[in-house]
Design a protein around this ligand. Structure first.
Ligand code: F0G
Length: 451
């Protein structure tokens, strides 16, 4: 791999099993949009040609994962598949206590309900929405302290996912007793899949240890983050990805992980810690809500597939292809006049719809206008990340997430072509108004109408 000097970074896999993609007519797409109130969450997958709604649980498992799945051990207690997963996670992370859960938010919920007392604060570079919701549900307070650069879509700094260390220091110096936990979300999904540097992880860890505050990682995209450290941060080019991952896990006291991303499985998650007292609380809550400690809401076969996927996600050939294909996607969009958040992140390209559609004010949801136009033009499904999802967003984005090992370069070329058509019509696109919306998490179910 190290002597790959071709311009073309090929998909480092060949296809063994295929799934048809629905191709619709424009008239069908138009009727579908009207039927679902211009909300792409309400579409059937049979109505979508290229689905970039999320990279979560949508990856393609390898032959080795499917093979492991067939050999899953479905024993209620002491499953061999759990032993396999435990061994892999221990080697990868070093954590003492390892609990499987059915997905990331289950880990968040167990943690929030056991160790976050009402009124206490959790600091994070940026909480993912389910993390925030689980913390708030427990009566605790979720505070985001990203670096200022995180909200500047134009700068190309390597680690825009970092935490603001001055803000952390100030909080620890002035209200240490309020702070129950510090977290780092890697990569930082909410600000464009931007990575966190090892230097930042080390600094956060040191400050938390000095202050005696527990420090956890939201490790949903740990492998992509490790790749960016390996390729962008001075001093890590000679480290293996496994060494880098082991290092950042060791700097923390535990992690929550949605394994539906870098575990490359369709369902699964992990809650891990080195804190014995917290592990006791997690264990009881796990049994109450998820299942016994050796399966935690998953089938044995899911544990077996995850044990394989975690190592596959750290394969340098795979990560080189993945990061390159996302950069290629971002460059292609820019070349046809579609502005994107820079630099390209690890799992998605975020289109700066506010900049593409300056005639549409935030209250008319430019991110949603772009997303709906991508569907109408070419059956591409994406998700608005702007004023509809987060009313105080500030940035009007549309996320095109890239499922792992699913789409080829020609699919990406097609999406770029669709985006070019949308960009050519940008000036004629009209804003939206909300017809009906639920009181919270409204983006999932709201219906809209063009103005
Ligand atoms: N943390 C991060 C950073 C996430 O991106 C997600 C999910 C979760 C936690 C929750 O994990 O879905 O397994 O319960 N992100 C998905 C997305 C849904 O589309 O970005 P989960």
């Amino acid at each position: 791999m190290e002597d790959w000097d071709f311009k073309t970074i090929i998909e480092p896999f060949r296809i063994k099993m295929v799934e048809d993609i629905p191709i619709l007519t424009r008239a069908q797409r138009e009727a579908n949009l009207d039927r679902v109130g211009h909300n792409l969450f309400r579409l059937q997958s049979s109505e979508v040609t290229i689905d970039m709604l999320t990279d979560s649980g949508t990856g393609a498992m390898s032959g080795n994962q499917w093979g492991a799945l067939a050999n899953g051990d479905e024993s209620y207690a002491g499953s061999r598949s759990f032993a396999q997963l435990h061994q892999v996670v221990r080697r990868l992370t070093g954590y003492q206590h390892i609990f499987p859960v059915h997905q990331g938010r289950a880990a968040e919920r167990i943690m929030a309900r056991t160790v976050l007392p009402p009124g206490k604060v959790v600091l994070n570079n940026t909480h993912f929405d389910t993390t925030r919701a689980n913390i708030e549900q427990a009566g605790a307070i979720a505070e985001d302290i990203p670096v200022a650069l995180a909200h500047d879509p134009a700068t190309t700094d390597a680690f825009k996912g970092d935490m603001d260390l001055d803000a952390l220091e100030l909080a620890l110096a002035t209200r240490r007793d309020e702070i129950a936990l510090v977290m780092l979300t890697m990569t930082n999904n909410a600000v464009g899949g931007q990575p966190v540097s090892m230097a930042n992880i080390e600094a956060v860890s040191a400050r938390c240890r000095a202050a005696g505050v527990p420090f956890f990682l939201d490790a949903a995209r740990f492998a992509e983050n490790a790749w960016f450290i390996h390729t962008r941060e001075p001093g890590y080019a000679d480290w293996s990805l496994h060494q880098i991952a082991r290092r950042f896990f060791e700097l923390s006291d535990g992690c929550t992980m949605s394994a539906k991303k870098d575990g490359i499985v369709h369902i699964g998650g992990l809650l891990c810690t080195n804190k014995d007292d917290w592990a006791d609380l997690f264990r009881n809550e796990l049994i109450l809500g998820e299942g016994f400690i050796t399966y935690g809401g998953l089938a044995g076969r899911d544990l077996a597939a995850l044990a394989v996927g975690l190592d596959e996600a750290l394969d340098p050939g795979y990560l080189r292809y993945r990061s390159r294909s996302i950069a290629y996607f971002a460059e292609g969009l820019e070349s046809v006049g579609v502005p994107v958040v820079r630099p390209p992140g690890g799992h998605a390209v975020f289109v700066n719809a506010g900049a593409l559609l300056p005639h549409i004010p935030p209250e008319q949801f430019p991110g949603q206008v772009f997303a709906a136009a991508m569907y109408l033009e070419g059956g591409v499904r994406s998700v608005e990340v702007g004023s509809l999802m987060f009313p105080e967003a500030g940035l009007e984005l549309c996320r095109l997430a890239v499922p792992r090992r699913v789409y080829t370069q020609s699919h990406v070329d097609y999406v770029i072509e669709v985006a070019a058509r949308v960009a050519a019509k940008a000036a004629s696109l009209r804003g939206y108004q909300i017809v009906e919306a639920p009181p919270f998490l409204r983006h999932f179910l709201a219906t809209l109408a063009p103005l």
